[in-house]
Design a protein around this ligand. Structure first.
Ligand code: PBG
Length: 325
């Protein structure tokens, strides 16, 4: 057969395949989430997120040193307070769990980029992401609280804040508050496109943040919608977001690609807890090969257009990438 064009020529061996590879994961792409709890001497594996831990602040040193050695440059902090109340006041306590965590991490390695999740659901006794009025989250009064939380984290030393509440106008309010306090260089990574997703289940177990009534559908997006994602990003950019996020990642690769094609801004994708747990569970059963499938999935997220990936696999990926060298 005289075939002039044979695509298989470029698949002949690993050297040639790596030469023409379009998308390569790098440790530079990754953000590693960390869960901080009150108390002392705690490093407890999270049962819904095997391989991830609840850390008390005094136990962070070893972990941060390990992360740094692996070349991971950014962490995303979640706090789990002891006390919850209707207004989630522990979230903006300057001596709160996240605030103490930020200071400790910066003490251990000042070069680690510390990003904090800005939300109220772990801190409110009703488990919703804001202030409740008439049995729903009240948008405008919640904004004041979100801004207070962001300012408190920033005063503690956070480099970047990541509002995940999905209130309208929160990026503008946070930007205005940070600027008015002299923090013009602190950036905002907005959870701009956050769907009301069943993939957050294991996280809510890990962070004790399940809503105690109803669901989050009046503020998080309907998974059926795609145009609305563009609208959300447009608004967040106008309000001053530096990075926009799509969450979850896997069922929303089309959304990541649409944003990449329509906006000239760094895009983050959150490979969320349910996506992680599904892989862990099937790998433990021997149904799939964990390393191969993690690379395939994370590469697909990057190929779709994500510049940044937040993932519970960050340490594993960093180790695997090192082994390959
Ligand atoms: C807080 C928040 C959630 C996640 C990140 N920030 C939970 C939620 O919205 O219920 C989920 C992360 C994950 O599932 O890995 N609002």
């Amino acid at each position: 057969m005289s075939l002039r064009i044979r695509p298989r020529r470029l698949r002949l061996n690993n050297s040639i395949r790596s030469l023409i590879r379009e998308t390569k994961l790098s440790v530079d792409d990754l953000i590693y989430p960390l869960f901080l709890v009150e108390g002392e001497n705690i490093k407890e594996e999270i049962s819904s997120l095997p391989g991830n831990y609840h850390f008390s602040v005094d136990m962070l040193e070893e972990e941060i040193k390990e992360i740094s050695k692996l070349g991971i440059k950014a962490v995303l902090l979640f706090g789990i307070p002891k006390e919850k109340n209707p207004i989630g006041s522990e979230a903006y306590n300057d001596e709160g769990i996240v605030q103490r965590g930020i200071k400790e991490i910066k003490k251990i390695n000042k070069d680690i980029l510390v990003i904090t999740d800005i939300c109220m659901c772990q801190y409110t006794d009703h488990g919703h992401c804001g202030i409740i009025k008439n049995e729903d989250v009240d948008n405008d009064s919640t904004l004041d609280y979100l801004a207070k939380i962001a300012l408190s984290h920033t005063k503690a030393g956070a480099d970047m804040v990541a509002p995940s509440d999905m209130m309208d106008g929160r990026v503008a309010k946070i930007r205005e508050t940070l600027d008015a306090n002299g923090f013009t260089n602190v950036s905002i990574m907005a959870y701009s496109v956050k769907y009301a997703s069943a993939f957050y289940g294991p996280f809510r177990d890990a962070a004790y943040s399940k809503p105690q009534f109803g669901d989050r559908k009046t503020y998080q997006m309907d998974p059926s919608n795609s145009n609305e994602a563009l609208r959300e990003v447009e608004l967040d950019l106008l309000e001053g977001a530096d990075i926009v996020m799509v969450k979850p990642a896997l069922s929303y690769l089309d959304i990541i690609r649409r944003l990449k094609d329509n906006f000239n801004i760094p895009i983050a994708a959150y490979n969320v807890s349910g996506e992680y747990a599904m892989i862990k569970a099937s790998a433990q059963k021997g149904l799939v090969d964990e390393k191969t499938i993690v690379f395939e999935i994370l590469t697909s997220i990057k190929r779709a257009g994500a510049d940044i990936i937040i993932t519970y696999f960050a340490k594993d990926i960093a180790k695997w990438l090192m082994e390959e060298i």
